[in-house]
Ligand binder design. Structure first.
Ligand SMILES: Nc1nc2c(c(=O)[nH]1)N[C@H]1C(S)=C(S)[C@@H](COP(=O)(O)OP(=O)(O)OC[C@H]3O[C@@H](n4cnc5c(N)ncnc54)[C@H](O)[C@@H]3O)O[C@H]1N2
Ligand code: MOO
Ligand SMILES: [Mg+2]
Length: 408
């Protein structure tokens, strides 16, 4: 059976990122959060834009004040006052100083700032009580960034820090990748919508809601088509529509070996290339992955835990890569101590759902209490991590280290 690692490589090697020319849109900064930058950005401005003061104090010539002490202060003539946003008019000459404030432009002639606390002002004179370091408290033009070089590379996700940089560089509109388009549907004769009265044998379709949430979480645009009966004609119709209108299709259910599990046959009849139909993992073994010329197809297993585990493990990284992220699309695995004893049959790579808790500043993994059937979604609530037991590992002792996939 295909290992999880090989399944992941098969999928991610087939994922083409969105096109840097065709798949972009312009957004303004206040709506740019979590979008992915499509083009690298630079600025025609140096940062800082000019030499400026880091303190409220006095701009001086270092050579004038290098011998200043509390006992023998240096006395300078104050020739100008320079608040922030003002262009200095006077060159500071030997024996002179300018009153200056934080962020204000350094005047010509001065090279050093003495902070206010080390001085005493008396009308147009200032007493300097301590020798500063040469060029102390001066932020030099271009020290943070030189105009024309790369400010931000393409393919990064934008959050507060990058948005601040873009704003400071004067970009009010930026080019980002469009959101990947994902179509989701559920298959099963037994499924009904929440709020509908249940007839014998029916259950509510929870997968469409969970999957739509996970897909949006990684920045995709979702179209949910709802529930389709286990009926080949209906399924064929919806899959044809889905592949024509998306980058990725996600269905849940109908991928195992039962008489009503039609997904694979229909994919075949529509000319899909089926890359695999099962993976050596639990839950999630009957995962089906197929491609059409412009669309990736994930046939997730119907059991609620299996659908979510395979979405976390394979679909979310796929969406992130397709969305144009240049790196970091893979899942984040942490090595932590397990509080709980964890068990597997050793035959499958086993994903155990639970919670990472911070205990004295260190993460520990707690398996979810209750029934750990892949049909039980009740104890999946509040899951923020999956412990991963590799093939061959049957037991993790309490306090033993284990790899966990962070899912929230
Ligand atoms: N003989 C075998 N039977 C099964 C195998 C196997 O290897 N041999 N694998 C089992 C595993 S593992 C899984 S996982 C399931 C996968 O089943 P399907 O993908 O075919 O899904 P369904 O048969 O349609 O449903 C399975 C289960 O999940 C419930 N379900 C389905 N859709 C939803 C939904 N949208 N929301 C909530 N719950 C859903 C459905 O009612 C069933 O209980 O196959 C095993 N069988
Ligand atoms: O994977 Mo099924 O995914 O074990 O219930
Ligand atoms: Mg089935």
């Amino acid at each position: 059976m295909l290992s999880v690692r090989d399944a992941e490589a098969t999928i991610l090697n087939l994922v083409q990122g969105l096109d840097k020319q065709k798949d972009i849109e312009f957004v303004d900064l206040l709506t740019a959060h979590n979008r992915i930058l499509a083009t690298s950005v630079n600025s025609y401005l140096d940062f800082p834009h000019w030499d400026n003061s880091e303190m409220d104090g006095f701009a001086v010539r270092y050579a004038d004040v290098l011998k200043a002490t509390a006992e023998k202060p240096t006395v300078l003539e104050v020739v100008e006052e320079i608040p922030a946003g003002y262009k200095p008019q006077i060159t500071v000459k030997p024996g002179q100083a300018a009153r200056i404030f934080t962020g204000a432009v350094m005047p010509d002639g001065a090279d050093t700032v003495v902070m206010q606390e080390k001085t005493h002002r008396q009308e147009n004179r200032v007493f300097i009580f301590a020798a500063p370091q040469p060029q102390e408290f001066v932020r030099r033009k271009g020290d943070f960034y030189k105009a024309g070089s790369e400010l931000l590379p393409a393919g990064i996700r934008l959050s507060a820090t990058e948005i601040a940089v873009l704003a400071a560089a004067g970009h009010d509109q930026i080019s980002v990748f469009r959101r990947p388009r994902v179509v989701i549907f559920s298959s099963g004769n037994e499924l009904v919508m929440p709020g509908e009265a249940l007839q014998a044998g029916q259950i509510v379709d929870s997968n469409q809601f969970a999957l739509a949430t996970l897909v949006r979480e990684v920045g995709a645009e979702v179209l949910v088509l709802g529930i389709v009966k286990d009926d080949p004609t209906a399924l064929k119709e919806i899959i044809e529509y889905a592949i024509a209108n998306s980058d990725i299709v996600i269905s849940s259910g109908g991928v195992s070996v039962g008489d009503y599990d039609y997904i694979e046959k229909i994919l075949q009849s529509l000319g899909a290339k089926i890359h695999f139909q099962s993976v050596q993992m639990r839950p999630g073994k009957p995962l089906t992955f197929a491609t059409f010329p412009n669309t990736l197809y994930f046939g997730l297993p119907g059991n609620p835990v299996s659908a979510l585990v395979t979405c976390w493990r394979f679909v979310q990284p796929t969406i992130k890569k397709l969305a144009g992220l240049a790196q970091g699309w893979q899942g984040q695995f942490l090595k932590v101590r397990s509080h709980s004893e964890l068990q597997s049959n050793g035959k499958m790579e086993t994903y155990i759902w639970g919670k990472l808790h911070l205990v004295n500043g260190v993460y520990e993994f707690y398996q979810a209490g209750g029934n750990n059937s892949s049909g039980n979604l009740i104890n999946l609530a509040q899951t923020n991590a999956l412990a991963v037991l590799p093939v061959g590992k049957t037991l993790v002792y309490p306090r033993e280290e284990v790899l966990v996939l962070q899912v929230r």
